[in-house]
Design a protein around this ligand. Sequence first.
Ligand code: ADP
Ligand code: MG
Length: 193
Amino acid sequence: MADKLKDAKIIFVVGGPGSGKGTQCEKIVAKYGYTHLSSGDLLRAEVASGSERGKHLQAIMQKGELVPLDTVLDMIKEAMIAKADVSKGFLIDGYPREVKQGEEFEKKIGKPCLLLYVDAKAETMVKRLLKRGETSGRSDDNEETIKKRLDLYYKATEPVIAFYESRGIVRKVDSELPVDDVFGQVAKAIDAL
Ligand code: ADP
Ligand code: MG
């Protein structure tokens, strides 16, 4: 584990696509001074930077293959170390997607103190993503891809939640509610840390 991150507070933010993870993370950043890291955003930024690693990643993603787990973790870790001195803690958004990813994260970086489970019904997530798709410019916010992402989410992520349930660090928030009410539940979970 990196020394600089020894005492860092780490929160995994897990929930389906469109459940409201990004929305809640923004509010946590504003109120608590945490650093928000989304693995998808990090990958997209690395590609956009035109670095050697970015070019390599782009080639993999263009072939429709998965970026190696180690590469994603290295990028998260570098981003965390860069912010270690000024962050109150870290929000790891949309990761781990599978139990193995969580285990690797803990080996390389550290243990989460909380898993924030942002829960919404499938039909709610679909509605929100279709709406987001009107303006997000994200090519994966379309009906067919949304179905696939939801299927994958349920298959891969439910075991992740069960894994951390058994450690007693899962706090579920009801993301069917209006944004500020969801955040009320989020804040309670963070204040209790
Ligand atoms: P995620 O990061 O989990 O994919 P986002 O935070 O991007 O989800 O939210 C997806 C869409 O749903 C966004 O357009 C957002 O404004 C909207 N949204 C998020 N949370 C709520 C909520 N509690 N009520 C209504 N709309 C929401
Ligand atoms: Mg998001």
